[in-house]
Design a protein around this ligand. Structure first.
Ligand code: IMP
Ligand code: ZN
Length: 348
């Protein structure tokens, strides 16, 4: 049975700003995908990292490869996106920014354009079914694929920003942080920024990216994913911190992901503490709720128990996340109103 404390975190209205579509696929959806493609002989333990388990980042990226094998048609993408959106809604998420890397597949006829269209279709279907969640989409660049593909992706995102009724709001830079260098991607990112796409960049996810982080911070991005090694205590630098603070760039922080992916040694040493104590905008997110076997309620609960946050502080944390969304100010105001309405229910 759910404990009273668990209920509080589930009832807490939440904003999810860092969720990779294919990393968010639940066990239930994986089961459906496996039954569609039994010939692949994929087992459940190949798509998720269970409780207490940890993997290297490299091993985590192998998991994404397996999931990508299972999700390679428009039908798969539609089902995955619809399921993921409904699962976030069931977890009390009221506003979600999903991100995903458009893929093409010659065998199934999938194109990158159809990929994006299908995610948008899933968002619209959930809206038509009146699922209680507002969803936006960030088109993702996989850094591994280099500058040309990055530029193509920006152009695709630009087209959809103009033709998706406000659903495509920005661009994500992600992928294996140990591969490639951000400096080659600067022209694409600059173009994205100039055309009005918001930028959320995975930054300083591993040590040894000081020069890259410095360059990317000059853009500046609108939000930072992880930022694990920005501050001097862990090998970053004060000048990086100063740039983040001066530009007031919110951080998307994913506790379980970082601990399971071994970039942070334990929850107590997570950089949430550093940024939260600084009073800097910090948003709790899941990253890959399927792969890391978590959900956003658990992540809030984990942050609260690890860093000693009481219910009022947790409420403030979730409410302040609204200021960091990429959707327009009008929606921020609506969400704040919703939080006010839901407050008595969460605290009863
Ligand atoms: P997709 O873009 O929807 O296919 O989601 C999976 C992809 O997200 C992976 O292949 C990576 O490119 C990216 N991704 C997921 N988690 C991380 C992370 O922690 N760091 C960097 N990239 C990530
Ligand atoms: Zn991520």
């Amino acid at each position: 049975m759910e404990q009273q404390a668990d209920i509080f975190y589930r009832e807490l209205p939440k904003v999810e700003l860092h969720a990779h579509l294919n990393g968010s696929v639940s066990v239930r959806t994986v089961e459906k995908l496996i039954s569609r493609k039994p010939q692949l002989n994929i087992k459940h333990d190949m798509t998720a990292i269970g409780k207490g388990q940890r993997r290297t980042l490299d091993e985590c990226f192998q998991v994404f490869k397996v999931i990508h094998q299972l999700v390679d048609t428009e039908e798969d993408i539609l089902m995955v996106a619809t399921d993921v959106i409904k699962e976030f809604a069931a977890d009390g998420v009221k506003y979600l920014e999903l991100r995903s890397t458009p893929r093409e597949d010659n065998n199934t006829g999938l194109t990158k354009r159809r990929y994006v269209e299908t995610v948008i279709k899933a968002i619209q279907q959930c809206k038509n079914e009146e699922v209680d969640i507002d969803v936006r989409f960030l088109v993702a660049i996989d850094r591994r694929n280099g500058p040309e593909v990055a530029m193509e992706t920006v152009k695709l995102a630009e087209d959809f920003m103009l033709a998706s009724d406000g659903l495509v709001v920005g661009l994500d830079l992600s992928g294996d942080p140990t591969v490639g260098h951000g400096k080659y991607l600067l022209p694409a990112l600059q173009r994205a920024k100039n055309c009005g796409l918001k930028l959320s960049l995975h930054l300083s996810e591993v040590l040894s990216q000081l020069e890259e982080s410095d360059l990317l911070l000059n853009l500046p991005p609108d939000r930072i994913g992880h930022g694990t090694f920005l501050h001097p205590e862990v090998g970053g630098s004060q000048s990086l911190v100063d740039k983040v603070v001066k530009n007031n760039i919110p951080l998307e922080l994913c506790l379980t992901s970082n601990v399971k992916g071994k970039t942070v040694p334990c929850f107590a040493k997570h950089h949430f503490k550093y940024w939260y104590q600084l009073g800097h905008p910090s948003v709790i997110c899941t990253d890959d709720k399927g792969v890391f076997s978590t959900d956003l309620s658990q992540e809030y609960q984990l942050a609260a128990s690890t860093f000693g946050l009481g219910p009022d502080a947790v409420w403030e944390l979730s409410r302040r996340a609204i200021d960091c969304i990429f959707a327009p100010e009008t929606l921020k105001a609506q969400l704040k109103h919703k939080w006010e309405e839901l407050q008595p229910q969460a605290f009863q």
